[in-house]
Design a protein around this ligand. Structure first.
Ligand code: NOJ
Length: 541
């Protein structure tokens, strides 16, 4: 892999800036707060997490109807997060820590308070009218077609009284869709990308990268709308042209990258966003793990499927959580106590090993590295229209009232486990989740099979997901027990060459299992909810 392809071997870490670290006591996280915690992310030693890149969710000027995904100025920092100078300091400090920085780019829609939309809605003849998607009412005065917003549930059209036309908003009415058929919009947004590239960012996470363009004739979506339907309001063929143009732009800067959020449930369609000639997105988020029940065969199938669908030369990626879904720790909990039981935590450990040993770029959501659970958010403190507050609750740094996140009143409640589950409590505990994440990440950095090796899943007993990674004559077996009972697995055929009876345990999710020891492969015994990485004897040894 060349240096231009740093993103293939990098471990990414997503920071939701409102919730990471508050430096000024206003209860909301900010950019200086992130800068102050870079040592946690990577101080160059295995005492830190060791991530290679961060993706920062939007910090641009915004009325916060969708907490930053409603942008009112694409080229400035919202005062709640700091200033552009704070951003520059963060970027420089991150680079000194060997951490690349990608920023969120939200091209599909702006805020309704963006000056462009204020102008656009002011009259039908305003020069910016065509920067958004306006349409006449249907003959009965209702919306122009049957398109629905993704949230809240309802029509994607809102009637604007001043001019008597409807405007399109695929999300909130406060998030009008930009008109990407308009070349002026494309030019302006490309200039925005250059603005951040020239500041030195290493790339972009692109919000709803499969949207932007819709049927220019505004035809109805088929009804009923199914996963397979040819929708008129997203995944429109010409959107690929836009991605090709952005790829050319990024390539002209050398080593910059883009990862796109392609929230389509059909993986074949997601894979197309890499481009037929690998000339579109560097990575399209693979969200398949967010939807799998905690069943080994489901994860195996999702992985094998994505591997087989990708165009030749395209690189996979995986993620367990983000700011839009419940945290893995809570999702995987099977006990009745709402994500607090040992099962969720034990499973999250197995999931971490899976994430960091599969072939592809891993994305870690902040807090996963300590096994943070969703917070309980009582109805009177709910803020998000979509109910996504629990997974967005503040990072748990330390015990105490503000969990080390803030000295003020946190914008969302702190998780109820924060006094126990926090960075300070885990920092020196090798048995902790943080200890496990660190071991996995630092081991990965030095492992050719994990960084760039081939991937092959194995037939394993029910409840076990096992695969082999191979590179440079070195083979690693990863065996993950998804069940609460011990598992036996005849793994002596795992290596492609001679039948090996023994392997060498490199890593285990089980805090008390001995690693760095020889182990039988016939059978390999896995403890309940245990994952292991076993080095198979090298060819010729
Ligand atoms: C996807 C983002 O991840 C989500 O948080 C946001 O609400 C929508 N796009 C709209 O921008």
């Amino acid at each position: 892999m060349s240096d231009r392809e740093w993103w293939k071997s990098a471990v990414f870490y997503q920071i939701y800036p409102r919730s990471y670290a508050d430096s000024n006591g206003d209860g909301v996280g900010d950019l200086p707060g992130i800068t102050a915690h870079l040592d946690h992310l990577n101080d160059g030693t295995p005492h830190s997490l060791g991530v290679d890149a961060i993706w920062i969710s939007p910090f641009y000027r915004s009325p916060m109807a969708d907490f930053g995904y409603d942008v009112a100025d694409y080229r400035d920092v919202d005062p709640v997060f700091g200033t552009l100078a704070d951003f520059d300091r963060l970027l420089a400090a991150a680079h000194e820590h060997d951490i690349r920085v990608i920023v969120d780019f939200v091209p599909n829609h702006s805020s309704d308070r963006h000056p462009w939309f204020v102008e656009s809605r002011s009259s039908r003849t305003n020069p910016r009218r065509d920067w958004y998607v306006w349409a006449d009412p249907a003959p009965d005065g209702g919306p122009p077609n049957n398109w629905q917003s993704r949230f809240p549930i309802g029509s994607a059209w809102t009637l604007d009284g001043t001019t008597g036309q409807y405007y399109l908003h695929s999300f909130l009415a406060e998030q009008p869709d930009l008109n990407w058929w308009n070349p002026e919009v494309r030019a302006e947004m490309e200039a925005t990308l250059r603005f951040w590239l020239d500041r030195g960012v290493d790339g972009f996470r692109i919000d709803v990268a499969h949207m932007m363009l819709q049927d220019p004739d505004l035809r109805d979506n088929p009804e009923p709308l199914t996963i397979e339907s040819r929708r008129m309001d997203e995944d429109w063929p010409e959107v690929h042209e836009i991605h090709r143009s952005w790829r050319r732009l990024l390539d002209s800067y050398g080593d910059r990258m883009a990862v796109g959020e392609v929230w389509i449930l059909v993986p074949e369609r997601v894979a197309r966003y890499y481009g037929e000639a690998n000339d579109e997105l560097h990575l399209a988020f693979n969200f398949s793990f967010l939807r799998q029940p905690w069943v080994a065969s489901a994860f195996r199938e999702a992985t094998d499927q994505f591997e087989s669908l990708l165009p030749v030369g395209a690189w996979p990626d995986y993620t367990l959580s983000n700011h839009d879904v419940h945290r893995a720790r809570s999702r995987y909990d099977s006990t009745a106590d709402g994500g607090r039981g040992p099962a969720g935590l034990a499973r999250a450990r197995v999931a971490a090993m899976m994430l960091l040993t599969l072939r592809g770029t891993p994305f870690i959501y902040f807090g996963e590295e300590i096994g943070q659970a969703d917070a309980e958010v009582p109805p009177e403190r709910a803020l998000d229209v979509e109910g996504r507050d629990p997974e967005r609750a503040p990072m748990q740094w330390a015990p105490g009232a503000g969990a080390g996140f803030t000295t003020g009143d946190p914008w969302l409640p702190i998780g109820s486990e924060a006094d126990r589950v926090n960075v300070a409590a885990q920092r020196d505990d090798p048995a902790s989740m943080l200890g496990l994440y660190r071991r996995l990440i630092w081991y990965r950095k030095g492992s050719a099979p994990l960084l760039r090796g081939s991937y092959r899943s194995l037939d394993a007993p029910e409840g076990v997901f096992a695969f082999v990674r191979e590179a440079d004559g070195e083979s690693l077996l990863v065996a993950l027990n998804f069940t609460d009972a011990a598992a036996r697995f005849d793994a002596d055929g795992a290596s492609d060459g001679a039948v090996e009876r023994r392997g060498h345990v490199e890593l285990s999710t089980d805090a008390v299992r001995h690693t760095d020891v020889e182990v039988s492969l016939a059978p390999l015994i896995l403890g309940p909810n245990e994952g292991v990485v076993v080095r198979l004897a090298q060819a010729g040894t």
